[in-house]
Write a protein that binds this ligand. Structure first.
Ligand code: ADP
Ligand code: ADP
Length: 223
């Protein structure tokens, strides 16, 4: 059973841009990089897989469940590129909101939350309002939100692009830990080094099309 399987998945916007004919398979526990310049179609592809954008044609499944279905959504964690928080809430409150939206009971959520805040390195700052968080802290919170339902596959859309070098290092360590726990990772990035250090395999995307797919070493050294 593949963690992610897409067959000829296509989204064409009115302006002709989007994602064309994307076929790929990501195995369970794999860290897969989707590498391409801005505007290549990375976000569009991930939005289709998490059920936010409907494909024009083609199919895809998450653990055998059709994308957009409730069954698929339950298996997914998603860190969007630009997550806008309710910044008057505290980190803990944002996470609680996500937990309840994921279907956790209040008691379950209360039990899980401190551990999750610890894991992403927010800890006691969970009691501060989000408006006092740096971008790096906001990404940590976003990651906690993506993890709250105990997903099997996590989609990360450019998690480091707004961060300074220290923030990037932070995100890298967090993702390495996810990998070690066996969570399947799908990482959108335009940063070569991010994909290089984290991913097993990579697909190169340009203008909505895949140019090449393969082991990180093979693909990135040839170019
Ligand atoms: P990436 O994530 O690689 O930067 P995107 O998937 O965001 O790429 O965008 C791919 C292309 O599709 C871009 O040219 C973008 O302008 C276009 N696009 C994205 N979203 C929309 C939309 N809602 N309507 C029309 N065009 C869009
Ligand atoms: P577009 O430009 O195509 O409208 P956006 O990324 O602005 O794309 O729309 C997707 C929005 O949905 C994001 O702002 C994001 O905050 C929200 N969203 C939906 N589902 C989730 C989720 N599971 N986790 C976090 N944010 C989500």
């Amino acid at each position: 059973q593949a963690a992610i399987e897409a067959v000829a998945l296509t989204k064409e916007y009115e302006n002709g841009r989007g994602c064309r004919n994307i076929t790929l398979r990501v195995e369970q526990g794999e860290a897969f990089g989707f590498l391409g310049p801005n505007g290549a179609g990375k976000s569009t592809f991930v939005k289709m897989l998490v059920g936010l954008v409907g494909p024009t044609s083609g199919q895809a499944t998450i653990w055998g469940q059709p994308i957009g279905s409730l069954e698929a959504r339950r298996l997914i964690g998603y860190l969007p590129e630009l997550y806008r928080y309710q910044e008057w809430l505290t980190g803990q409150e944002v996470l609680m909101l996500h937990a309840r939206l994921c279907g956790l009971s209040k008691d379950e959520a209360k039990r899980t939350l401190p551990e999750l805040l610890e894991e992403v390195g927010i800890g006691l700052r969970g009691q501060d309002r989000v408006k006092h968080y740096s971008k790096g802290m906001q990404q940590r919170l976003g990651l906690a939100c993506a993890l709250v339902g105990g997903p099997k596959v996590v989609f990360l859309d450019e998690p480091s692009s707004a961060l300074d070098p220290l923030g990037r290092l932070d995100v890298r360590h967090l993702l390495l830990r996810l990998r070690q726990r066996g969570i399947t990772i799908f990482l959108n990035s335009h940063l070569l080094e991010e994909v290089e250090t984290l991913c097993d395999r990579v697909a190169l995307l340009n203008d909505g099309r895949i140019l090449q797919t393969g082991a990180v070493r093979d693909v990135l050294q040839e170019k």
